[in-house]
Design a protein around this ligand. Structure first.
Ligand SMILES: [Zn+2]
Length: 434
C-alpha cells in the first residue's frame, strides 16, 4: 500500500472534513440561537418591559425560530447540492454533456457550462424562496407581495442577470485564455472595474427596475433633514423614498453609491413607523457611515480579498488534483490534443468550495461591520438626539419582530448590527414607551 495519500485523495478528505465541520458549526450556532430565544420567550426582558408587549415579544421569538428552523433545512439541502455538484459528479457530468452538445469549442463550451450551471442552481433556489415569502413571511404578516409580482420579479431578475452576467462571464473566460499565466491579475482588474460600475449602476439603473424611487416630498421632514445635512456638511440632494411596502412590511433606510450616484433611500414603511425626529436620527446614523468612509473601507476589503482569492485560484487551476479531488475529470491539456481549457471548471469549483472555508472567517467581517455600526451611532448622537435614535431602534426591532435576546456566539458569527440592548446602552438612551 502506498504510505502517502495522493494529492487528489487529500483534497477530497480535506474538503469532506471542512464541509462536515461547516454544517456542524452552523447547526450548533442555529440551535444555540433557538435555545436562547426560546428560553426568554415567556417574559419581555426587563429593560424593554414597559415598551414592548408580551404578545409582540412572543411573535418575535416565534418568527426568529421559524426562520432558523427553515434555515437548517436549507443548509442540509445546500450541502447535498454541493456534494452533488462535486464529489457525486454533477459538474463532471454537465461538462461532459456540454462537450457533446456544443462540441470542443474553446470559448462557447465553457460559457455554456457557466450559463447552464447558473440556470440549474437558480431553479434549485426557487422553492426555498417561495416558502420563505409565502409561508414564513406570510404567516407573520410581513409579506405584501402577490404571486404575480413575485413572478414578474423572477423574470426581471433572470433578464437583468443574463444581460449583465453573460457578457461578464464571456469577458472573464476570454481574459483567462488570452492573458497567459497572469490571467488572474487581469481578471481581478476586470472584476473590480465591474464592481465599481455596479456601485453606480445599481442605485441608478437596476434598483429602479424593481421599485419606485421618489424624492422625499414631506415638506416639514425635508426641511428637518436638509438642516441636518447642512450641519453635517452634505449637499442636500439624493433623498429618496422607496415603495418597500409593495413587497414587505419590513422597514429600512440605507445609504448607497458614491460620487454623483450617492443617495439616501428611506423605505416608505420606515416613514410610516417613525416620527420626524426619529427619521432625522436614523439619517444621522446613515451619514455617520458616510463620514467615517465605511463604504470606501468595505470596497478596499473587497478588493484585497478578491485579489487573494483570484491569486489562489490562479495557482489551483494549474493543479490536476484540484479537479480530480473534487469529483471532476479535467479536460485534456493542449499538448494531448485537448481544445477546451479548464477555466470554467476551475471557476465553478472554486465558487462552490470557497464558502465552506471562508465561513470560518465570518466573525472577522461581522465584527468589522458591528464596529462600523457603533461608529455611525456615535456620529448620530453628536448630530442628532440619542434618545430619538434609541426610540427609533426600539420601534424598528418591534415592527421587524427582531429578537431582543440573541445568543452571544450566534451574534459573533452572523450579526452585522449589534443587538438592540447593546446599541441602546452605548447610545446612553433610555427605553421609553412607544
Ligand atoms: Zn448602520
Amino acid at each position: 500500500m502506498n504510505p502517502t495519500p495522493s494529492p487528489a485523495l487529500l483534497t477530497t478528505l480535506v474538503f469532506s472534513l471542512a464541509l462536515l465541520l461547516y454544517v456542524a458549526v452552523k447547526f450548533w450556532l442555529a440551535s444555540r440561537q433557538m435555545r436562547a430565544v426560546a428560553a426568554h420567550r415567556a417574559a419581555v426582558p426587563a429593560e424593554f418591559a414597559g415598551t414592548i408587549g408580551l404578545a409582540a415579544h412572543q411573535r418575535a421569538a416565534d418568527y426568529t425560530i421559524a426562520k432558523l428552523r427553515f434555515g437548517l433545512l436549507e443548509l442540509l439541502l445546500a450541502a447535498a447540492v454541493l456534494l452533488g455538484w462535486t464529489l457525486l459528479g454533477g459538474l463532471d457530468a454537465l461538462n461532459g454533456a456540454l462537450l457533446g452538445a456544443v462540441g470542443p469549442r474553446p470559448l462557447a463550451q465553457p460559457l455554456a457550462l457557466l450559463v447552464v450551471f447558473a440556470l440549474v442552481n437558480g431553479a434549485i433556489d426557487i422553492p426555498g424562496a417561495l416558502y420563505h415569502t409565502f409561508v414564513i413571511e406570510q404567516r407573520f404578516g410581513f409579506n405584501t407581495m402577490s404571486w404575480r409580482l413575485w413572478l414578474i420579479d423572477l423574470l426581471k431578475t433572470a433578464l437583468v442577470s443574463t444581460v449583465i452576467g453573460v457578457p461578464l462571464a464571456a469577458l472573464v473566460l476570454w481574459l483567462m485564455q488570452a492573458t497567459g499565466t497572469l490571467w488572474w491579475l487581469w481578471t481581478w482588474g476586470a472584476w473590480m472595474g465591474f464592481s465599481l460600475l455596479m456601485l453606480v449602476l445599481y442605485p441608478t439603473v437596476i434598483a429602479p427596475l424593481f421599485n419606485r424611487f421618489e424624492p422625499l416630498r414631506d415638506d416639514a421632514l425635508t426641511e428637518r433633514v436638509t438642516r441636518l445635512m447642512a450641519r453635517c456638511g452634505f449637499a442636500a440632494q439624493g433623498l429618496f423614498v422607496m415603495d418597500g411596502s409593495r413587497r414587505s412590511a419590513h422597514a429600512n433606510a440605507y445609504f448607497t453609491g458614491f460620487g454623483a450616484a450617492k443617495r439616501v433611500v428611506f423605505f416608505d414603511t420606515l416613514l410610516q413607523q417613525l416620527s420626524p425626529p426619529e427619521v432625522e436620527a436614523v439619517l444621522a446614523h446613515e451619514l455617520g457611515h458616510f463620514r467615517h468612509r465605511h463604504i470606501v473601507k468595505r470596497i478596499a476589503v473587497l478588493f484585497a480579498v478578491s485579489l487573494a482569492g483570484l491569486a489562489l485560484l490562479g495557482w489551483l487551476a494549474e493543479r490536476p488534483w484540484f479537479y480530480s479531488g473534487l469529483g471532476v475529470t479535467p479536460n485534456l491539456p493542449p499538448q494531448m490534443g485537448g481544445a477546451v481549457p479548464n477555466h470554467a471548471l476551475a471557476l465553478l469549483l472554486f465558487m462552490l468550495v470557497v464558502p465552506v472555508f471562508s465561513f470560518f472567517l465570518s466573525p472577522l467581517m461581522a465584527a468589522l461591520s458591528r464596529r462600523h455600526e457603533f461608529e455611525a451611532d456615535a456620529y448620530a448622537v453628536r448630530q442628532a438626539s440619542a434618545q430619538d435614535l434609541g426610540n427609533a431602534l426600539v420601534k424598528l426591532y418591534k415592527d421587524n419582530a427582531s429578537t431582543l435576546t440573541p445568543d452571544p456566539l450566534y451574534v459573533r458569527f452572523y450579526y452585522s448590527h449589534p443587538p438592540a440592548s447593546e446599541r441602546i446602552a452605548r447610545l446612553g438612551a433610555r427605553v421609553l414607551p412607544v
